[in-house]
Design a protein around this ligand. Structure first.
Ligand code: OMP
Length: 224
């Protein structure tokens, strides 16, 4: 993109802010950090917003040229995401199977922990946000146990901040860990860098309050 501007990412950040999914204020992350922003994918809560979200994922996935044979949506938040992305990919001419897991095994009926298409081939995990990477690790183990290959992860937002191990900050993000140590490809619709660019607006303007606070957060917890 010209001038380092990623248009899809900028459009997405604007959409998420306008939908109230990406908010500014004081939030506590899963890792216990006081964050000046929070992205709550559960607030894409009507058909139009979910459909638009799925378009962003599908366009990012196709543009990334990641290869995959099927989609997997980790319970709970990944389930509607994978389903909506599967619909959108099919609409764009790329019909692939999809599956998701239950958090609790059923002891009657179809049973088992997996629902949907059998896990096989190169699996693309569709999830919302990766922070510490806990959820990604669980999906990877589950896909391997089923005899398939965890190949890639698509997320909406890469917070680009230090992961934690045993409560300690480590000098890499969960996305970097999944990419470099676990060998999966990762694509994100937008990253913290895109959010900062969005908040920055036109050069020469004074630093807005949200911009200043998100910059300070990056200073403290961000990774390159
Ligand atoms: P990990 O599973 O540790 O990577 O954390 C991902 C989870 O962090 C998400 O599924 C959310 O529960 C939460 N989260 C957000 O959804 N949005 C944010 O902006 C920040 C977090 C977070 O707590 O870090």
């Amino acid at each position: 993109a010209a001038g380092g501007q990623d248009e899809l990412a900028q459009d997405f950040v604007q959409f998420a802010v306008e939908a109230g999914v990406l908010r500014f204020g004081e939030f506590k992350t899963k890792a216990g950090r006081a964050s000046p922003y929070f992205f709550n994918a559960g607030l894409f809560d009507d058909g139009a917003k979910l459909g638009r979200l799925a378009q962003f994922y599908a366009l990012r996935i196709l543009a990334s040229r990641i290869e995959f044979d099927m989609l997997f949506g980790p319970a709970y938040k990944g389930i509607p995401l994978a389903a909506a992305v599967a619909v959108e990919l099919a609409r764009l001419g790329r019909n692939v199977p999809y599956a998701y897991n239950r958090k609790e095994a059923k002891d009657h009926g179809e049973g088992g922990l997996l629902v949907g298409a059998p896990l096989a081939g190169r699996v693309l995990i569709v999830d919302d946000v990766m922070s510490a990477g806990t959820a990604a690790r669980e999906s990877i183990a589950l896909i391997r146990a089923a005899g398939a290959t965890p190949h890639a992860v698509a997320i909406a937002l890469d917070r680009q901040e230090m992961a934690t191990e045993g409560g300690q900050d480590v000098p890499h993000s969960a996305v970097q860990y999944v990419r470099e140590r676990l060998g999966l490809q990762v694509c994100a619709i937008a990253r913290l860098a895109d959010l900062l660019q969005y908040l920055g607006g036109q050069a020469g303007q004074p630093l807005g309050e949200h911009h200043a606070r998100v910059l300070a957060y990056r200073q403290r917890y961000g990774v390159d």
